[in-house]
Every structure is written in C-alpha cells, then in structure tokens.
Write a protein that binds this ligand. Structure first.
Ligand SMILES: Cc1cc2nc3c(=O)[nH]c(=O)nc-3n(C[C@H](O)[C@H](O)[C@H](O)COP(=O)(O)O)c2cc1C
Length: 187
C-alpha cells in the first residue's frame, strides 16, 4: 500500500493578499489522492545572521526546519522581485541550508510562480532552480507553471477561478507526487 506523501508549501511573499499564497491554498483542493499539503508561514523567520545562528537555536527556525525534515516533498510558490527571488524565500532557504543535516537534501520540489506581469515570474524560476542545486533539492523540470496576470486568475477572496491554471497546478502536483514516490521507492 502506498503511504501518504507529505508535502510542505512555502510562498515567497509575506503579503496577506498574496497571489502566491492563494495559489498554495488552491493546491490543497487539487492534490492527487494519497497526498497532503501543509502551508508554512515564513513571516516569523528572522533575517539570517551568522551571529544569531551562533548564539543558539532560534525557535522559529527550529520549527521551520523540523517541518521540512518531516516532509517528503516541497512546493514553492513565489513572486519574482526584480527578476529574482524575493528576500523572504531566499532567507528561508538560507536558514534551511545550515547545519549538519540539511532537511531538504535529496527531496523533490515543485516550483510555480504568480505575478501580475505578463511573464508570470518566468525569470525567478530559473534563479530559484540554481539555488536548488546548492541545497541538493531535486527541482521538477516539468510542467512549468507560470501564473501570469494573476489579478485576473483569482477572485477578490483569493480563490483561484481560472480553469487552465487549475489544470496546470493539478498536473504539477501529480508530477510531484509521482516523483516523490519514485524517490521513496529507492530509499
Ligand atoms: C520589489 C518588487 C519587485 C517586483 N519585481 C517584479 C519582477 O521583476 N517581475 C514581475 O513579474 N513582477 C514583479 N513585481 C510584481 C509582483 O509580481 C506582484 O507584486 C505580485 O503580486 C507579488 O506576488 P504576491 O501577490 O504573491 O505578493 C515586483 C513587486 C515588488 C514588490
């Protein structure tokens, strides 16, 4: 029998009305059978500082890293800030990369981006893929999900209303679960 695949989701935006947070919430309803998605909040992670790290464990960071460690796979939804990663996301990944046992090494990650622009955050995805190499995260190469003109794809309450986007998200989640099962089979 297949065990449940535990996915954790993080959004690169801290904004309350974030389209990327909304995309993660939408993903919960589009998961394949046998998978769960827990969304983590990055707002309480302090700005990375080696002095802070050396001063002892930071509770918010410990909680974050243990959630990552328990997960089988990761789902990242991020905006593009000036063609690259928003600081909240890079900060979270930098914290996650520290220590003897990084909680992400070898795990699969699915990436999507939502932007109010026409390119849907295409450029941030390639920067993020580069960072994934450093963290030994296995980034899925397809399908690529760029939610362009996001303000037209979600309603005022942040519900995803665009059927094509729902379909793309569904395919991305299925690919993530399939890849995770494949990796778990050989571990
Ligand atoms: C500092 C900053 C830089 C941005 N740079 C880009 C960019 O390079 N490309 C882009 O498509 N959108 C850019 N945007 C617009 C974001 O796509 C838009 O604000 C989006 O809604 C942010 O994601 P969120 O809704 O999840 O907060 C930028 C926004 C901010 C605040």
């Amino acid at each position: 029998m297949n065990s449940e695949i535990k996915i954790v989701g993080i959004a690169g935006s801290l904004r309350r009305g974030s389209y990327n947070k909304a995309a993660l919430r939408a993903a919960i309803d589009l998961l394949p059978d046998g998978a769960s998605l827990e969304i983590l909040d990055l707002a309480d992670l302090p700005f990375f500082d080696e002095d802070l790290e050396a001063a002892g464990p930071v509770p918010a960071v410990e909680r974050f890293k243990s959630k990552l460690a328990e997960a089988d796979a990761l789902l990242i939804a991020t905006p593009e800030y000036n063609y690259s990663l928003p600081p909240a996301l890079k900060n979270a990944l930098d914290w996650a990369s520290r220590g003897q046992q990084t909680p992400l090494a070898g795990k699969p990650v699915a990436i999507m981006s939502a932007s109010i622009g026409r390119f849907g955050g295409a450029r941030v995805q390639y920067h993020l893929r580069q960072v994934c190499v450093a963290l030994k995260l296995q980034a899925l190469t397809s399908p690529e999900v760029f939610i362009s003109e996001a303000h037209e794809k979600f309603d005022a309450e942040g519900r995803l209303t665009d059927e094509r986007t729902k379909n793309s998200l569904k395919k991305l989640l299925q690919a993530l679960v399939d890849q995770t099962r494949k990796i778990k089979q050989y571990n």
